[in-house]
Design a protein around this ligand. Structure first.
Ligand SMILES: Cc1ncc(COP(=O)(O)O)c(C=O)c1O
Length: 419
């Protein structure tokens, strides 16, 4: 689909999302909290319902028909995810509960190889999920955390990043698209630079996999993580991509059923990938829901979704500039909306973001207020909290206009109070 046709995506898909067709406080819902979680299309809801109504059984363990149907659904979804991110093998996709669990898996299973003085490079814009597991690992092993700072335009400072790399660097773990700044980090270059010093690279792709085509082989990352619930799938399912040899070299994370080959009273051997990392009965319906979400997104086309969101972004930023009190964090987009994600974390002078969010809710507009799990970044920006509007392909320009009108009214209202 060309970009002119991409303009019509929201109109074509809105009927697929029942939740969007409701009123909040007597006003049509305008859902702009997509960076926190996305809404679910009927195709995903029906896949889950179909599974429970027709195929529900435990996977891998049974030869009966329901069990093999459940296994086919669960494993079929893995094939879809592997193709979606262009993994070289389906064995490189490990299901997890969410991105946080995927990062913890790597921190525990691979992280135990680290020694005192080894260095882990992160950035100041990381989500707590890509910070706390490494803090815990550093405490366990004596490894040292180093941080990439921001450029003047509030993007990833690539030059400073390069200066942090040395033979001591064992791991680089960075976000692809910041959930607060909206900047799109140069992950391909980050991987290439890190690999020159022999470091491994983990990419937190929570805010990129749902919004743009992702090719793990082209990026050449060692691991990549994402959460299903931000890409039209249910909560409770996410995935870890890892290069096959690397995953093979890692010891298990959690022990239990499903992850073993042979078990003796005093020891065990482990299942082949990816099952080595999937202990216990997994989130079967959720994985099937993730597979349906991947089908749904692929049918629209990730290129189309990305192009459409850029158009929305151009409109969002054009309209935000009409309100002089608003300070948006992160880089400005290009005139065509490219160059950053279609979300805006902002402050409005002295107005508390929670007050803004509460007033906008009265107008049916759902935005988030707080630190968005990036507290160190907020400290760095000298902002206690921000309000954040974040879009997805089912949002329209008209919804952005409703948001801007309500925001203007709220800013005027508080402006009168603060004088
Ligand atoms: C950039 C980023 N990383 C990690 C996460 C954590 O995702 P989850 O809570 O689904 O594990 C989020 C979720 O907000 C995110 O935006």
């Amino acid at each position: 689909m060309a970009i002119t046709q991409a303009k019509t995506i929201a109109a074509q898909v809105r009927a697929d999302f029942p939740i969007l067709h409701q009123e909040i406080h007597g006003q049509p819902l305008v859902y702009l909290d997509n960076a926190a979680t996305s809404q679910k299309p009927i195709a995903v809801l029906e896949a889950i319902r179909h599974y429970y109504e027709n195929d529900n059984a435990n996977v891998h363990r049974g030869v009966h028909t329901l069990s093999s149907r459940a296994t086919d659904g669960y494993e079929g979804a893995r094939d879809k995810v592997a193709a979606f991110v262009n993994a070289a093998s389906r064995q490189e996709i490990v299901y997890t509960r969410n991105a946080s669990e995927a990062i913890n898996l790597v921190a525990y299973a691979w992280g135990s190889t680290l020694r005192p003085g080894d260095e882990i490079v992160l950035s100041v814009m990381e989500h707590h999920s890509n910070l706390i597991p490494w803090q815990l690992l550093a405490q366990r092993t004596g490894a040292v955390l180093k941080f990439v700072e921001l450029t003047e335009t509030e993007t990833f400072n690539l030059e400073q990043f390069k200066s942090l790399l040395s033979e001591k660097t064992k791991l680089v773990s960075v976000v692809h698209v910041s959930n607060t700044l909206g900047c799109i980090n140069p992950v391909q270059e980050i991987c290439a630079e890190a690999h020159k010093v022999g470091a491994k690279v983990l990419i937190d792709a929570c805010q990129s996999v749902p919004h743009m085509p992702i090719d793990v082989q082209a990026i050449d990352c060692d691991w990549l993580v994402a959460s299903g619930h931000k890409m039209c799938a249910p909560t409770g399912i996410g995935f870890l991509y890892g290069k096959l040899d690397l995953l093979r070299s890692m010891p298990p994370f959690l022990g239990g059923g499903e992850m073993i080959a042979d078990v003796f009273l005093d020891h065990a051997t482990y299942a082949d990938l990816p099952h080595k990392f999937e202990a216990g009965t997994p989130a079967i319906a959720e994985a099937i829901g993730l597979g349906a979400a991947v089908d749904y997104l692929s049918a629209i086309g990730m290129d189309n979704i990305h192009a459409y969101e850029e158009e929305l972004n151009a409109h969002l930023f054009r309209r935000l500039r009409e309100i002089p009190e608003i300070r948006v964090y992160g880089p400005q987009p290009q005139a065509d909306g490219s160059g950053r994600a279609a979300l805006a974390a902002f402050t409005a002078g002295e107005v508390h973001p929670h007050d803004l969010s509460t007033i906008l809710d009265q107008a049916g507009v759902a935005i988030r207020a707080g630190h968005h799990c990036t507290q160190p970044l907020h400290r760095h920006l000298k902002a206690q909290s921000t309000a954040r509007a974040s879009t997805y392909f089912y949002n329209t320009r008209e919804e952005i206009d409703v948001f801007i009108t309500s925001l203007k009214e709220a800013v005027e209202f508080f402006g009168d109070i603060f004088g």
